[in-house]
Write a protein that binds this ligand. Structure first.
Ligand code: NAD
Ligand code: IPM
Ligand code: MN
Length: 344
């Protein structure tokens, strides 16, 4: 029986994961689901945001489903030494699983264009995939340093790190519409020069993929003015973090955005939004991003594409009839989930 480790985390994490589990149990009742601690909740219980008990549970797992980690700006967790903060638990989880390719699909579902704050003719038909490198760059800089009057985080990449994530993006482009845009800052950064050169070389093996290179600042504009230009976008860790939050305005809300993080072993599935301390505990969080992450889990880790399709179609129908508050509607977490279940 496939095993999924469930990590609700902090803030709205338990609320959106609770909703997603209702859906997962319905479409895949045979799974073994095991709940464990991560983030601030894990620090409070065990003094470590990525405790040994969670690490051990992942050993035999096929996939992990994560909610969110982190507290409000003024939370006590943010005064802890960096390695003990909730976000460090998430970074260690990603590193432990070796998930270097983070897939963040951005799809405006047909009929739901009106949920976007952008003009419907801009949002209509958007279907792109951001492939974000997840284990390198400034996030995992071994030379990071905080001094009294100076601090450093270096964006460093090796050719091997760029090659492995490029392979993922090229294969994704091949399976989609054959377009790959590699996003960098090669007009200024040496690391981007290596990035561009490596992606170009790797793309030679994929003659059916059309590769373009664009600068990240320009992509930021074009993503919200002419998003139809893009099929697959490949970029480094920090650029991908920022561009994927930006791209969330296309479907209408951060709360709609799922992700899959893949490497050699178990995959990690999580919504891209944070713990939303401003609405945590109110029961109003949009669970769609987490439910759609469950669809990605079914597709990529369990090879259950038909069930994944069912979940995506049900979310689309539920959102259309019951838009949540972040989308200008009235539905709360329970109401949206209750609308997804019968539509499965
Ligand atoms: P956030 O994504 O938590 O919230 C940004 C805004 O979007 C807020 O107004 C929030 O209410 C809203 N929002 C987010 N998800 C929503 C949902 N599902 N439904 C309705 N509204 C939603 O970003 P932030 O406020 O910058 O960060 C809060 C905390 O979350 C910080 O501690 C941060 O480090 C952490 N964080 C964690 C993750 C993660 O666990 N993967 C991701 C991003 C931020
Ligand atoms: C995300 C989040 C994380 C990141 C943080 C919480 C470590 O913003 O998943 O996008 O920056 O990767
Ligand atoms: Mn982010």
């Amino acid at each position: 029986m496939p095993k999924v480790v469930v990590l609700p985390g902090d803030g709205i994490g338990p609320e959106v994961v609770g909703a997603a589990l209702e859906v997962l149990r319905e479409v895949a009742p045979d799974l073994t689901l095991e709940e464990h601690l991560i983030g601030g909740a894990a620090f409070d219980a065990e003094g470590d945001p990525f405790p040994g008990s969670t690490r051990d549970a992942l050993a035999g797992a096929d996939a992990a489903l994560l909610g969110t980690v982190g507290g409000a700006q003024d939370s006590a967790w943010n005064r802890l030494p960096r390695p003990q903060r909730p976000e460090s638990g998430l970074l260690r989880l990603r590193q432990h699983l070796g998930v270097f390719a983070n897939l963040r699909p951005v799809r405006v579902m047909p009929g739901l264009e009106h949920l976007s704050p952008l003009r419907p003719e801009i949002a209509a038909g958007v279907d792109l995939l951001i492939v974000r490198e997840l284990l390198g760059g400034a996030y995992f800089d071994p030379r990071r340093e905080r001094g009294e009057d100076a601090a450093f985080n270096t964006i460093g990449y090796t050719r091997a790190e760029i090659e492995r994530v490029s392979g993922h993006a090229l294969r994704a482009a091949q399976e989609r519409r054959g377009g790959l845009t590699s996003v960098d800052k090669a007009n200024v950064l040496e690391v981007s020069e290596l990035w561009r050169e490596t992606v170009t070389a790797r793309a030679q093996q994929y003659p059916d993929v059309t590769l373009h290179h664009e600068y990240v600042d320009s992509v930021a504009t074009l993503l919200v003015t002419r998003p139809e230009r893009y099929d697959v976008l490949l970029t480094e860790n920090l650029f991908g973090d920022i561009l994927s939050d930006l791209a969330a305005v296309l479907p209408g809300s951060l709360g709609l955005m799922p992700s899959a993080s893949l490497g050699a072993g178990a995959g990690l599935y999580e919504p891209i939004h944070g713990s939303a301390p401003d609405i945590a505990g109110q029961g109003v969080a949009n669970p769609a991003g987490t439910i759609l992450s469950v669809a990605m889990l079914l597709r990529y880790s369990l090879n259950r594409g038909a069930e994944a399709d069912r979940v995506e179609t049900a979310v689309q129908a539920a959102l259309s009839a019951h838009p949540t508050r972040d989308l200008g509607g009235k539905a709360d977490t329970t109401e949206l989930t209750a609308a997804v279940l019968p539509a499965l």
